[in-house]
Design a protein around this ligand. Structure first.
Ligand code: NAG
Ligand code: NAG
Ligand code: NAG
Length: 430
């Protein structure tokens, strides 16, 4: 009797213990699964925007990139991003490369059957597209090229999708259907730099803004040359390929494309735009990072002089260089649209830098990294000069007063510019 009850007690205790262990195990199991599901979904969400490789700080700016545009007023911060991604996810078209693939029909609807042309790129027309999600994007229809197969297009999309920087016009999707190849980009509401420099419709760009634009472009190019793996050569830097967003921040467009249409029919195998071409590239047929630097130098002179290479920009520059001996006195080429309102020191510094970039010997030209530093220094000096003149006690006041003097009126713009000033101030001095 005793033996039986003892056995019973032992049996029951073992049963209870096993039961408890099983229950705890089950509980853990459920929790773990939940967590994994959460991680999983956030991973796939990330993968959709930040494919393969995001370069340090850039991954943070992507989120703001597609939400700061005036084209998406309802969105703010991460929520807006999620909303947009949910839209693309619903169509379950996030491709293996992590870049959303759009159905042809949707882009056709968003561009009113491809009637909303906003530009003509080197590879075909560009359309403005109003997506059902409320997002405005730019759709670049690539000229159909029988030589380029589907696989090459996929490779191109994967390459472009990996490049993310706040000073690049980032790829946000693509479409490959009915024999058509399309690339979907962030929409840039203020158009090209060329349109601001040369169109009478637009108000003239202030000198202060021109220096910021130069720095933005330099940063975008520095990323392509030194941040991207493998490095990317732009091969067609010019004012028409620099786009401005609603707060007048500049981004480099039309990079990373390797199409045959780029071939200039007048000089076999030479790609690029007349007037921006590195003479060393023309003679050696080898395009290097320093060839991009040459084109960038021409772009700097465009910003200073407000004329393009087709209007004899470089002849103008060479004449001035004789008088200045590459040092001071570059004011004579200053854009007349500036009405003499510019900082003489800044203009001379920028022109001297530009002149180094167009040195005929590629080895003598600075790297994009050197250029970013030189331009940052110009802006840093500008701020310290302003601070000295006003001798204000607190930095907060100084920054807001600087903002008042700038040409930017929207609060977002002031915020963005404030950010870039901070990052300049933080940059290590050399
Ligand atoms: C779109 O335009 C093409 C010609 O450009 C026309 O053939 C086609 O019918 C149009 N489609 C729609 C849906 O309007
Ligand atoms: C840039 O775009 C914004 C919004 O579209 C506009 O308010 C602003 O005037 C533009 N700036 C210039 C210089 O055109
Ligand atoms: C190129 O740079 C070198 C060294 O800075 C300079 O001596 C030379 O005059 C430059 N050449 C031209 C054509 O600007």
């Amino acid at each position: 009797m005793k033996g039986v009850s003892r056995g019973l007690i032992i049996g029951i205790s073992i049963g209870v213990i096993i039961g408890a262990v099983l229950a705890i195990a089950a509980l853990f199991c459920i929790r773990f699964r939940k967590k994994r599901a959460q991680i999983g979904s956030s991973c796939s969400r990330r993968a959709a925007t930040i494919p393969i490789r995001a370069n340090g700080a850039d991954c943070c700016t992507i989120l703001s990139d597609s939400t700061t545009g005036q084209e998406s007023p309802k969105t703010s911060g991460v929520n807006g991003m999620t909303l947009w991604l949910d839209g693309t996810k619903r169509r379950s078209v996030v491709s293996a490369s992590g870049i959303p693939k759009y159905p042809y029909k949707e882009l056709q609807r968003a561009t009113h059957n491809f009637t909303t042309v906003i530009g003509q790129g080197a590879f075909g027309p560009v359309y403005k597209a109003q997506m059902t999600t409320g997002e405005t994007v730019a759709v670049k229809m690539l000229a159909t090229n029988s030589k380029q197969g589907e696989r090459e297009f996929q490779t191109e999309v994967i390459l472009l999708g990996r490049l993310h920087h706040r000073n690049l016009v980032n790829l946000v999707g693509y479409c490959e259907e009915k024999g058509k190849h399309m690339l979907v980009y962030v929409y840039m509401s203020n158009g090209s730099l060329a349109s601001h420099l040369y169109s009478e419709k637009q108000g003239p760009l202030s000198w202060d803004l021109r220096v910021y634009i130069a720095l933005d472009v330099a940063r975008g190019l520095e990323y392509l040359h030194d941040g991207a793996v493998p490095p990317v050569l732009h091969r067609d830097i010019k004012s028409a390929n620099i786009l401005l967003d609603q707060s007048m921040r500049a981004r480099v467009a039309d990079f990373g494309l390797s199409r045959e249409e780029m071939v200039n029919p007048h000089a076999s195998n030479i790609r690029g735009t007349f007037g921006y071409l590195d003479p060393e590239y023309i003679s050696s047929k080898t395009f290097t990072k320093k060839s991009d630097v040459y084109s960038f130098g021409v772009l700097l002179f465009e910003l200073i002089a407000g004329r393009n290479p087709q209007q004899g920009l470089l002849e103008h520059v060479e004449l001035a260089a004789i008088n200045t001996e590459g040092r001071v006195g570059w004011e004579e080429i200053a854009d007349s649209h500036l009405d003499g309102i510019y900082d003489v020191q800044e203009l001379n510094d920028m022109a001297a830098l530009a002149y180094k970039c167009i040195n005929h010997s590629a080895r003598k030209r600075p790297s994009m990294r050197d250029i970013v530093q030189a331009l940052s220094r110009i802006i840093k000096l500008r701020h310290s000069r302003k601070h000295q003149r006003k001798a204000l006690p607190t930095t907060l006041e100084e920054v807001s007063i600087d903002m008042d003097h700038s040409e930017i009126h929207t609060p977002t713009a002031a915020h963005l510019r404030g950010e870039s000033i901070d990052s300049i101030a933080d940059a290590p001095e050399d």
